[in-house]
Design a protein around this ligand. Structure first.
Ligand code: DGT
Ligand code: CA
Ligand code: CA
Length: 575
């Protein structure tokens, strides 16, 4: 890695920070800060100048000692002083300096008195009320430090899809309205429908890139511009979401879209394939020698390699290139393939809408049937139903079914799987239903053996149709519980029951890998909204995204069956 003036400047800035935190003399600290600025602003590249045999330049305010250190860094990319400072203090402490309100003195005190070296430790100390006890830090300071630390940490956070979608849709509309902008596409992990995104990658075609860059700077959601060049920029929105924008010419659009869609692993594998044929693939096109032979569309990029178009959700280098070569790419499921939804709640438990409202919304979402699956009695926080309440609910559903046109309610329950693997309602009560959805809602920390045995026992119950959100994860909040999922999948096959892909964006559970495993074992997956309001049917699209990442086709998904087709499949699980 060649060293540029900016790298030297950054190293000297870090030296100054670390010296200051250590309590070095202010004169010494200032000397390094000044050197950093001087080098950063110096008009000629110091490394190139030394390489070309010129003598070290005269820099204002920089004596022999500093000049030697600059020389050392410019020629070796290393600094002995910086290395020794980093050995004395953890490198993360300088990130604390970026928190508004924290200068070197305070960082030093936090490091020495509370052993706080990272943002996470900082926010924990603030939350525990340990910071206010230090001299010079009041309760108010502590609170503002907590806020600032959390904002800084959320920078590194991944975003769930709906939040990213909301912001990116507005940005895409804004970019499309710029004169002479052609296409605007969101690439990256968002296009591959990963369950969370680190940042968003937007590809724009335009004849005047400068105009796009200027407009982006004017966008009122932009809180910070991280970098900006003639055809690319990285900005941070007010909600801390980072957006990378690239402007390309129309005839590179397909190649750029392909490159920035990734995944990196897919791109690398594809490039290797191209190399074997004497071709080069990059974000500008496909090249044979100096000739560009494709790049305007993604399909043209694949066609050069004799491959069909590979859907973005499959581009993880998990066998999609081999499948494409062999002509065996799956025909992935689409949202319009769904005929019903087998998991939803109403006001009878913890939902927000009535039976009639949910039925109407399901019909408006293009569905033909909707299973109502309230919680069971043990889940008191969710107003779970006991046997009597469920009986009354069944009657209400029967009555409503007589009036409904174009949509049928299926009668179900989301019954709790108790710690020993028994179900939370008696057999004779469950036996009156069209389907039983079983779910784990507590005792998440059992050993893998116990958790697996618990779930297998529940699945072997005479009435058991679908295992809801099988891993229990809540993205960004709770890890999946420990469980032997391959064994559960095999047992579902043997038992003849189904696994849910819960489409709520914080669940997306089963995940893509386990969907693929279920498909391989021949276990049907049910893509369910787990709706708690009429708006939640919109989440089905995230379930479809995850299912596509898991290679699922229409036939692999239970609720692509018509009502007539699904009835016997459900009945078979009900003993
Ligand atoms: P994210 O943002 O962490 O959710 O994941 P991605 O996949 O969106 O990753 P990102 O934003 O770092 O980069 C966007 C795409 O750009 C990535 O999927 C593939 C491409 N890309 C980035 N870096 C490289 C690289 O070093 N080599 C290759 N071949 N492609 C890269
Ligand atoms: Ca990205
Ligand atoms: Ca990116």
């Amino acid at each position: 890695m060649p060293v540029h003036n900016a790298d030297i400047a950054a190293a000297f800035e870090e030296i100054a920070d670390l010296l200051e935190i250590q309590g070095a003399s202010p004169f010494r600290v200032r000397a390094y800060r000044n050197a950093s600025r001087t080098v950063g602003e110096f008009g000629r590249d110091i490394r190139s100048l030394l390489e070309s045999g010129e003598s070290f330049p005269k820099l204002p305010g920089i004596g022999a000692d500093l000049a030697a250190k600059i020389h050392e860094f410019a020629t070796t990319g290393k600094s002995e002083l910086l290395a020794s400072l980093r050995a004395q203090l953890p490198a993360t402490v300088t990130t604390l300096l970026k928190v508004p309100g924290l200068g070197p003195k305070r960082v030093k005190m936090l490091h020495e008195a509370l052993h706080v070296d990272t943002l996470a430790q900082l926010s924990a100390a603030a939350r525990d009320g340990r910071i206010r006890q230090l001299p010079g830090f009041g309760e108010k300071t502590e609170r503002s430090i907590l806020d600032a630390a959390q904002t800084a940490m959320s920078r590194a956070q991944r975003f769930k899809l709906p939040l990213a979608a909301q912001y990116v849709e507005a940005l895409v509309a804004y970019l499309k309205a710029i004169p002479d902008v052609g296409q605007v596409a969101v690439a990256g992990s968002f296009r591959r429908m990963r369950e969370t995104v680190g940042d968003l990658d937007v590809v724009v075609t335009a004849t005047d890139p400068g105009r796009v860059m200027a407009a982006l700077g004017d966008y009122d959601e932009v809180a910070e511009i991280l970098s900006s060049g003639p055809t690319r920029a990285s900005v941070v929105l007010r909600n801390a979401l980072q957006i990378d924008v690239r402007v390309v010419a129309q005839d590179s659009y397909g190649a750029a879209l392909h490159y920035f869609t990734g995944s990196k692993a897919h791109n690398i594998a594809l490039r290797r394939l191209a190399q074997a044929r004497g071709l080069k693939v990059n974000e500008y096109g496909v090249f044979r020698g100096a000739d560009r032979i494709a790049g305007a569309t993604e399909a043209s990029v694949y066609a050069c390699l004799d491959l069909p178009f590979i859907p973005p959700e499959l581009r993880e280098n998990r066998g999609e290139i081999e499948a494409a070569r062999a002509g065996r790419l799956p025909h992935l499921i689409e949202r319009t393939d769904l005929r019903g939804d087998l998991h939803a709640h109403t006001v009878a438990s913890d939902g927000r809408n009535s039976l009639a409202e949910m039925a109407q919304a399901a019909k408006a979402a293009g569905l033909e049937y909707l299973a109502i699956t309230e919680h069971s009695q043990r889940l008191t926080v969710a107003k779970g139903l006991d046997a009597a309440a469920l009986g009354a609910h069944i009657e209400r559903m029967d009555r409503l079914n007589e009036q409904l046109k174009g949509l049928t309610l299926l009668k179900g329950i989301e019954v709790d799987i108790l710690e020993d693997g028994s179900l939370d309602l008696p057999d004779d009560v469950l036996g009156q239903l069209d389907l039983v959805v079983g779910a784990v809602h507590g005792q998440f920390s059992l050993s893998s053996e116990k958790q697996t045995a618990r779930i297998l026992r529940a699945m072997n119950h005479p009435h058991f149709s679908i295992l809801a959100h099988p891993s229990g994860r809540l993205l960004g909040e709770r890890e999946a519980y420990e469980v032997d999922m391959p064994q559960i999948i095999r047992e579902a096959k043997r038992r003849g029951c189904f696994l849910e892909l819960d489409a709520r964006p914080e669940r997306l559970d089963l995940n893509d890998i386990y969907c693929q495993m279920a498909k391989a074992e021949g276990v049907l997956v049910s893509i369910n909204s787990d709706a708690h309001s009429t708006l939640d049917f919109a989440n089905l699209r995230y379930g479809i995204g995850q299912a596509r990442r898991g290679w699922l086709e229409k036939a692999d998904v239970l609720n692509t069956r018509s009502l007539k087709g699904i009835r016997p499949l459900l009945a078979a699980t009900m003993g």
